[in-house]
Design a protein around this ligand. Structure first.
Ligand code: ASP
Ligand code: MG
Length: 420
């Protein structure tokens, strides 16, 4: 069995959904578990629905949701005839579920509502794709992943209950393959033991694919993307970015950790643990080889570059010249956890601690206010954090030209520089 994951861009139009259909058709004879994201930018659109609802702007929320509904109904209409009525009924059931909620007043926290609303993007897209696959006579089954992937109730960043999920996969997914070649489900979402919807963090459907692959002992996972292969830098930032065709798990987990937008950072562990290769392939030209990520270590990698913009440097200085020692730093780490911020880079001096964060303005303000009880706090904004793995003199020189480096850390493999 193989696991395929199709992201939002691969199903963002009628033609692209048809294209996904032909990729799946071309795999005749294989058993496929397919994990789907929401179409295009649907998740962002649903965020605006939740925001309106949570601000008490009910009419706006309903109006915005109407637009999401219309575009999905419209897509469905062009993809199905025989399947159309059943498929439309299923979509309408999902719509009702959300509209019921939108008619209420918010009484719980934002993250809870976020997950109850945003999860429908994946339900819609997977339902439409399944109907289309049936329309073109593929033997496909749809399954609501909220009956399979059990999580805790840490909404928007839920943790998976692996043993429950394992059992439900064995009991509910495996039997489906007796009568079906293709089983389609949703990425990114799950549910608690009280049947509340949860999400696994933005871009989390790669991770969902890895969970299924691990628990189904899949032969491989393929993530279908709009790029030919994994590249050594973001081609929008670097015109000379190149493809990398073979990568080890550790290289990819490091790249994701430093902020490369290749694959969701949680994806690699479940695959590495069972030695399941991860293929990144182009849905635009499936004949291209793509990238193979496995336990085999790559040779001769080019410098791998990640740039994160909008960074803030915070300096926490001890107020009375005492050393920055265990207790105050421990307090500071508790603050980070409470406010949910994670330093991208940090460094100690005798009486201060320097940390660089993504600039989520609200969180940074909250952190500065709380930390100033213990430390003198200084802040500098608008910095960029450059990470180069497998750096060499040439890449270092080129990427730091005309920049002021405010913080730097180097290991033999990785250099990170915070620049002004
Ligand atoms: N649809 C979700 C998002 O946009 C999950 C995903 O695409 O993986 O974040
Ligand atoms: Mg996506």
């Amino acid at each position: 069995m193989k696991v395929f994951k199709f992201g939002g861009a691969s199903i963002n139009s009628i033609d692209r959904i048809k294209n996904v259909g032909s990729i799946i058709q071309s795999k005749e004879g294989e058993k496929l578990l397919i994990v789907i994201s929401a179409m295009g930018k649907t998740t962002n659109a649903l965020e605006t629905v939740v925001n309106a609802f949570f601000d008490g702007r009910k009419e706006d929320a309903l109006k915005l949701f109407e637009q999401v509904k219309d575009s999905h109904l419209n897509t469905l209409k062009y993809l199905t005839t025989l399947q159309w009525q059943a498929a439309e009924n299923q979509l309408k059931d999902f719509f009702t579920e959300i509209e019921w909620l939108l008619h209420d007043k918010p009484v719980r926290n934002y993250d809870y509502y976020y997950d109850q609303v945003v999860c429908c993007g994946e339900l819609f897209s997977s339902s439409i794709l399944t109907s289309y696959l049936k329309e073109i006579k593929l033997n496909a089954a749809w399954i609501d992943v909220r009956d399979i992937v059990r999580t805790d109730n840490n909404f928007r960043d839920a943790d998976v209950d692996w043993s429950f999920t394992d059992k439900s996969i064995q009991d509910n997914i495996l039997p489906l393959f007796k009568n079906h070649d293709v089983v389609i489900t949703q990425g990114y979402i799950g549910a608690t033991d009280e049947n509340e919807s949860t999400t696994l963090g933005r871009e989390g459907s790669d991770y969902s694919a890895a969970i299924f692959a691990n628990l189904l002992n899949a032969e491989s996972v393929t993530i279908w993307k709009d790029v030919e292969a994994v590249m050594n830098a973001d081609p929008r930032q670097f015109k000379d970015a190149v493809n990398m065709y073979e990568l080890g798990y550790s290289e990819v987990i490091e790249m994701a950790y430093y902020g490369a937008q290749v694959i969701h950072p949680k994806t690699i562990k479940p695959l590495q643990n069972k030695n399941i290769p991860l293929l990144v392939k182009s849905f635009i030209d499936p004949t291209l080889p793509g990238t193979v990520i496995s336990s085999k270590n790559e040779k001769n990698l080019p410098p791998v570059i990640v740039v994160k913009e909008k960074q803030v440097l915070m300096q926490f200085k001890s107020k009375d010249f005492s050393f920055v020692e265990d207790k105050p730093v421990e307090d500071l780490h508790h603050l980070f956890a409470a406010i949910k911020v994670k330093p991208n880079l940090s460094q100690n001096t005798a009486i201060s601690l320097l940390c660089c964060f993504d600039d989520h303005a609200e969180k940074i303000d909250a952190l500065a206010a709380a930390a100033s009880q213990i430390f003198d706090v200084e802040i500098e904004k608008n910095l960029s954090l450059l990470t180069i793995r497998h750096y060499n003199a040439e890449s270092l020189q080129k990427l730091t030209a005309n920049k002021v480096i405010v913080l730097e850390q180097k290991t033999p493999v990785t250099v990170q520089m915070l620049m002004r």
